[in-house]
Design a protein around this ligand. Structure first.
Ligand code: K1U
Ligand code: ZN
Length: 154
């Protein structure tokens, strides 16, 4: 399990660097992040949270006490993400952050977003996300821009 940066650490305020090398070290980092996220019972984790300022995060939705209707989604590694379009419609929802333990905040997020990103093999993917998964993507995407829950809380 990798140490998780907590709110106030500089790495969480930096804009993360793009990933350019898709080698075994990157695969190993993704593996370690997945394990860390699962140990912490998270539904997502961004590289800056494990002190690596890289444009890489993992999102993995599953039903949980706060989102019992959340879809079951295999963990997805997201690299060099872009948000191409975002719905006008915003939705309020409860969020937590592994870097701000014991806090839950109401955050407004776009209901649907069109995203483009690379997977671990460097292949580009482009798709629409909505609901809880769109929420997780926006939360992790913020981490790559040096933005945390505290700046987004309503
Ligand atoms: O800090 C992180 O990136 C992980 C964070 C991701 C996240 C949670 C909720 C909404 C959007 C993004 C967490 O997984 S916090 C712990 C958690 O599993 C959870 C907390 C509140 C609501 C639902 C789940
Ligand atoms: Zn977070």
């Amino acid at each position: 399990m990798l140490p998780i940066a907590t709110y106030g650490e500089a790495v969480l305020r930096q804009v993360a660097a793009p990933v350019t090398v898709f080698d075994s070290e990157l695969h190993q980092l993704a593996e370690q992040m997945l394990h860390t996220m699962q140990q912490a019972n998270g539904v997502g984790i961004a590289a800056p949270q494990v002190h690596r300022s890289l444009q890489l995060f993992i999102m993995a939705s599953n039903p949980n006490p706060r989102y019992p209707t959340a879809p079951i989604m295999a963990p997805q590694v997201v690299i060099n993400p872009q948000i191409l379009q975002a719905s006008e419609q915003m939705v309020a929802g409860e969020e937590g952050c592994l870097s701000i333990p014991q806090q839950r905040c109401q955050v407004m997020r776009h209901q649907a977003i069109e995203v483009k990103y690379q997977d671990l093999s460097g292949e580009w993917c482009q798709e629409w996300l909505e609901g809880f998964i769109a929420r997780i993507f926006q939360h992790e995407f913020d981490h790559l821009q040096g933005i945390t829950l505290k700046e987004r809380a309503t």
